[in-house]
Design a protein around this ligand. Structure first.
Ligand code: ATP
Length: 280
């Protein structure tokens, strides 16, 4: 039997380094078939998300949160656009996490994240997340190791708490190669519609590629759990990346099996009322 997306992309003990960013372990082989499949997945995701919202309107507490991490240009924004774009925008909750403000720094590192969690019924996307606090913070030595290292356990406990509160967490590392990043950074410089996105700081982070890969490998390994699993998404091909995250989301929502709440009214009585009410 073909493996599910959740089986195919789940982090293995060999870590992200064992995944080829151009791999396509399952699913479409080319861009055209991926577009067709994405449209089908979109219909499924939209219908399930609609039911999740309805369930919450009826008192349900469940929500879904997709956490996106990856090196610059790996496509975090692209996934928000192309996968988030598959559902009713009214039920989306998108949050990006940049350099923390002074206020954010005055609280514990999870404070700003808690404020952006998807409420019941919503689909949340985190473009970067609390993982920056064990990634850039570690690589750039922004705090000492005895501060960032205990965060693995704090993160695991936090995500387990989310699970208990009805938030299903789906963590995706968008895994690109240094060669693909070079092409994407150069393309930004060449394109008048993309050059505004070019940030020289991205090249500084690129220069620390091995340190980032080490930080990613340890962060993923230490915080992978069945309550909040990590998936490593081959992301050198944008169409495959979008298809893969959409597939994970569709499978997750299907398993949640959200239910439309029953009618809150006496349907027959209301039908009769409509029929007999004559607007004057
Ligand atoms: P992106 O690079 O994600 O497309 P951007 O270049 O527009 O976004 P911002 O979203 O403003 O930049 O910020 C992203 C930057 O913030 C990244 O360099 C990231 O490493 C940094 N950052 C995020 N969280 C933290 C943190 N907790 N501590 C320090 N730096 C952080």
């Amino acid at each position: 039997m073909k493996p599910s997306a959740r089986e195919a992309f789940r982090l293995t003990p060999d870590g992200p380094a064992a995944v080829d960013p151009r791999d396509r372990p399952i699913g479409p082989r080319d861009k055209a078939s991926a577009a067709g499949e994405l449209a089908g997945l979109g219909e499924r995701i939209d219908a399930l998300q609609d039911a999740l919202h309805a369930e919450a309107a009826g008192g349900g507490t469940r929500a879904v949160l997709v956490v996106l991490q990856g090196m610059d240009t790996s496509g975090k924004g692209g996934v928000v656009e192309h996968v988030g774009g598959l559902v009713n925008p009214a039920w989306l909750r998108v949050a990006s996490f940049g350099r923390p403000t002074e206020e954010e720094l005055s609280h514990d590192f999870l404070w700003r994240v808690r404020r952006q969690l998807p409420p019941p019924g919503r689909l949340g996307f985190f473009d970067r997340s609390h993982y920056e606090d064990v990634l850039v913070v570690r690589v750039d030595s922004l705090v000492p190791e005895d501060v960032w290292r205990p965060r693995y356990e704090q993160i695991t406990a936090f995500e387990a708490e989310l699970g208990r509160n009805g938030v299903t967490v789906l963590k995706c590392m968008l895994h690109i190669s240094p060669d693909e990043q070079r092409e994407r950074l150069l393309a930004r410089l060449d394109d008048p519609q993309k050059v505004w996105k070019y940030n020289p700081g991205d090249v500084d982070a690129r220069a620390k590629w091995p340190a980032y890969q080490e930080a990613y490998a340890e962060a993923l390994q230490r915080t992978d759990s069945d309550a909040a699993p990590w998936y490593v998404i081959p992301a050198d091909r944008k169409w495959y990346r979008n298809w893969a995250v959409a597939s994970l989301l569709a499978e997750t929502l299907t398993e949640l099996d959200p239910k439309f709440p029953p009618a809150k009214v006496d349907v027959e009585a209301e039908r009769a009322r409509i029929e007999t009410t004559r607007p004057v």
